[in-house]
Design a binder for this molecule. Structure first.
Ligand code: BGC
Length: 356
């Protein structure tokens, strides 16, 4: 017969042990639970308080978010995070040859409406890429409002397609003294630089319109002559050294020749003097080809107070001797008025009069 007493006592001990283990397990579980209750924040136990704190937190978060949005460092981070690439050269927006004609007049309202991306002062820069150059376009001016309208009408869309970071500066000669194109260009250079860190300067007559948008109004490794085939000259250069109409120069190139002469009063010669300055400094002229460099001139009678300058031949013969004594280093003028339009900045300057 089996020994049931021994079996029963073994079973009893085993059960007791299991029971004890169970109690221990329950005890440990309860202990952990209680401790975890202690370490939870008190507000969790109070629904009223919880709501209040949540509301406060929400307010604080929205204040901080607003501050972050307007903080310059965050703005800077956003910009650099989305760092723009350089615009392609040449721009992919170019269309090539253009139809240019002046039979029906245009209004400034129309030009403003057609160029909504312009900033005050005739400033523009591409939104989706970094422009290859910062270009100031300088237009010597006096009483040519009709021409200026055509110029703005044609040029603004072209310059935007060329993806330049540009500004238009109309430099208006005050008074009725003899016109001085080169001195106005010098003043335009100086005035534009007061506004923005321009690296390239395009000097354009107000009556010249390019007929191809591949003729980019920017600077090159050598000074650039842009109006190379004008209708007025049968779409060819009048002579090899011709540098009139529209030209461009980097700041460095401009300073190397001491800017432009200030003493050419009346029509002619100042562009030849500029050519002489460039060649005396060992620079050559860069040009687009004849097809891309085509441009039209708006026909007009000769301006009053801009008669051919009889001294021009003598002056041109002495550029090398005079260029260091007459230029941007001796420029003197005063600003009479600055007017900002959506399409241009007009700066009226008093540049004095020719010496008697
Ligand atoms: C004058 C220049 C002018 C050119 C073309 C030259 O005789 O000196 O100033 O641009 O003719 O008309």
């Amino acid at each position: 017969m089996p020994d049931t007493t021994v079996n029963f006592s073994f079973l009893h001990r085993t059960c007791t042990l299991v029971l004890l283990l169970c109690f221990l397990h329950i005890f440990v579980t309860v202990l952990y639970y209680v401790r975890s209750l202690d370490s939870r924040p008190t507000f969790v136990q109070n629904p009223q308080q919880t709501l209040q704190i949540q509301r406060k937190l929400k307010e604080e978060v929205s204040v901080v978010t607003e501050e972050l949005k307007t903080s310059p460092t965050v703005k800077y981070r956003n910009v650099t995070e989305k760092a723009l690439e350089k615009c392609p050269d040449p721009s992919r927006l170019l269309v090539g040859a253009l139809r240019v004609e002046f039979s029906s007049p245009v209004s400034l309202e129309l030009v403003r409406k057609e160029n909504p991306a312009l900033q005050e002062g005739g400033r523009y820069k591409p939104k989706d890429c970094v422009a290859l150059q910062k270009v100031a376009i300088i237009i010597p001016f006096r009483k040519r409002d009709e021409h200026l309208k055509f110029w703005l009408y044609y040029l603004h869309p072209i310059l935007q397609r060329q993806q330049l970071d540009y500004g238009i500066y109309v430099i208006n000669q005050e008074g009725d003294e003899t016109f001085n194109r080169a001195k106005l260009l010098n003043a335009g250079y100086a005035e534009a630089l007061k506004e923005y860190d321009y690296e390239c300067f395009v000097f354009s007559d107000v009556d010249l319109i390019p007929m191809d948008d591949r003729n980019t109004y920017k600077c090159f490794s050598q000074p650039r002559h842009l109006s190379v085939s004008m209708d007025k000259f049968g779409f060819r250069l009048p002579y090899n050294q011709y540098f009139g109409g529209v030209s461009s120069m980097s700041k460095e190139q401009f300073l190397k020749i001491n800017g432009f002469p200030n003493n050419y009063w009346g029509w002619g010669g100042e562009d030849d003097d500029i050519y002489n300055r460039l060649s005396s400094k060992g620079m050559s002229i860069s040009r687009p080809n004849g097809a891309i460099g085509k441009c039209r001139m708006i026909r007009h009678d000769r301006d009053r107070q801009n008669e051919p300058n009889p001294q021009r031949f003598d002056r041109i013969a002495h550029t090398r001797d005079t260029m260091n004594k007459d230029g941007i280093n001796t420029l003197s003028y005063s600003v009479v008025r600055v007017e900002k339009d959506q399409l241009f900045t007009k700066i009226t300057v008093d540049i004095g009069k020719p010496p008697k």
